[in-house]
Design a binder for this molecule. Structure first.
Ligand code: HEC
Length: 102
């Protein structure tokens, strides 16, 4: 009985950590409204205007690219401007939403 409780507690704690690491998709969706102008509401991108497709990208990749644009490690003036006002939480939230795009 005690063991079961301990396992349940550990799993609950793990759930909280995973949820935190994954970000808040609902908050990310709100932030995404500005991104949708180029990448499209479903993340399909725009081949003609060379806006990359975001749907189907991995979370770790999306997070890494956003941080890289922000720091200048990945050079693109548009995306540098788009990420300039984002904090780590915004990036996690946006990532959580973007990975839901199909
Ligand atoms: C004005 C148009 C525009 C807007 C608005 C915009 N982006 Fe972009 N985005 C681009 C372009 C152009 C690129 C490709 C840049 C490059 O060559 O590295 C890009 C690249 C990206 C990539 C990398 C894709 C890949 O396959 O490596 C991600 C992730 C991304 N944008 C997310 C976002 C998010 C999140 C927002 C909103 C905060 C946003 N973008 C807003 C134009 C835009």
């Amino acid at each position: 009985m005690k063991k079961t409780t301990a396992i349940a507690a550990a799993l609950a704690l793990l759930g909280v950590c995973v949820a935190h690491a994954a970000g808040d998709a609902a908050a990310g969706q709100k932030k995404y409204s500005v991104c949708a102008g180029c990448h499209g509401p479903t993340g399909a991108g725009n081949e003609v205007l060379k806006y990359p497709k975001l749907a189907g990208l991995e979370a770790a990749y999306v997070r890494e690219q956003l941080r890289a644009y922000q720091s200048g490690a990945r050079v693109n003036a548009t995306m540098k401007a788009m990420t300039a006002g984002l904090n780590d939480k915004d990036i996690d939230n946006l990532t959580a939403y973007i990975v839901t795009l199909k």
